[in-house]
Ligand binder design. Structure first.
Ligand code: CP
Length: 324
């Protein structure tokens, strides 16, 4: 793997490999000095043309925990404001010496285009409606923690499917792991080509909630909607929002996920994030370890950090080769 552009480029075994090595990176966060030297001497640039809290910060933390240097480009205060093109900006950053660039852009295809201009590894942190592959890997890992092997499980993805790169990435990732996916949305928020997707579709939220193993809520992406796709948000919340009553209907053991940021009161009622079955904070926590695993697979060499053996006094020695 030279770049990470799309879940479509990965096999089920590629995804399982990320899930297999992620726990050893999660363990690094528990160490007194939460750092391993795996990417010492390498530089990761973060180039975000769209707003982000989780993705940008967790890639930065992930790179630093692997001892890489980070170059955080603040697009809003950069020469992009003077009209500098994407290509000139990317080549300028690369001239400073980078090994990877993590890019988010409102236009689909920008990460692929960067691979044609740069020698550095390119990681897609979200491009338009197209893909958000590391979010999907995080969600696979979080669901794997909750459900075990996803093969045979039934996962509902609810909400603004049409404008969602997370939905496109997750449908591909979940089905590659053997899960079946039901999309739950009003017809106006379904993509035009949904009949070609490997999913079933349900427009009645309560009917869908009766028989699922996990529920994945999507943010209503008003910044990507150029017209009203639902008559009114209050009605949308009543018909498709995750309320406390619907959480009880799906059952307390059914995990509820959301990529964030949440629109409380729209796709999720204000009190629901506090329920034990809502694993949004686990998704964020897992984001650092999964992104460490991805950066390691793209840029690292040698084995990943070893997991210590429980209660084994020699475990500290076992991990010392990869500790800073
Ligand atoms: N889930 C996600 O991509 O969040 P951010 O927009 O905060 O990065």
């Amino acid at each position: 793997m030279n770049h990470l552009l799309s879940i479509d480029d990965l096999t089920g075994d590629d995804i399982r490999e990320v899930l297999r090595i992620t726990p050893s990176f999660a363990e690094v966060a528990q160490r007194r000095i939460a750092k391993v030297p795996a990417l010492r001497g390498q530089t990761v640039a973060l180039l975000f043309y769209e707003d982000s809290t989780r993705t940008r910060l967790s890639f930065e933390v992930a790179a630093k925990r692997l001892s890489a240097d980070t170059l955080n480009v603040s697009v809003s205060s950069s020469s992009v404001n003077k009209g500098e093109s994407l290509r000139d900006t990317a080549e300028t950053i690369e001239a400073m010496g980078i090994d990877a660039v993590v890019v988010r852009h409102r236009s689909s295809g920008v990460p692929l285009q960067l691979t044609r201009w740069l020698d550095a590894a390119v990681l897609n942190a979200g491009d338009g409606w197209h893909q958000h592959p590391t979010q999907a890997l995080i969600d696979c890992h979080t669901l794997h923690q909750q459900l075990g092997d996803l093969s045979g499980s039934r996962i509902a993805i609810v909400g603004d499917i049409k404008h969602s790169r997370v939905a496109r990435s997750n449908v591909a990732a979940f089905t590659k792991l053997g899960a079946s996916v039901v999309l739950v949305a009003p017809p106006t928020l379904l993509p035009a080509a949904v009949s070609t997707w490997p999913v079933t579709v349900e427009t009645n939220m309560d009917a869908a909630m009766a028989s699922v193993d996990a529920v994945y809520l999507l943010r209503m992406q008003r910044e990507r909607q150029n017209s009203a796709f639902v008559p009114d948000l209050r009605e949308y919340a009543i018909r498709y929002g995750m309320t406390s009553a619907r959480a009880a209907l799906v059952g307390p053991d059914v995990p509820i996920l959301h990529p964030g940021p949440m629109n409380r009161g729209v796709e999720i009622a204000a009190a629901v994030p506090d329920l034990d079955q809502v694993v949004v904070i686990d998704q964020v926590r897992n984001g650092v370890a999964v992104r460490m695993a991805v950066l390691f697979l793209l840029l690292g060499s040698g084995p990943p950090p070893e997991l210590p053996i429980a209660s084994d006094p020699s475990s500290e020695a076992a991990t010392s080769a990869t500790s800073t």
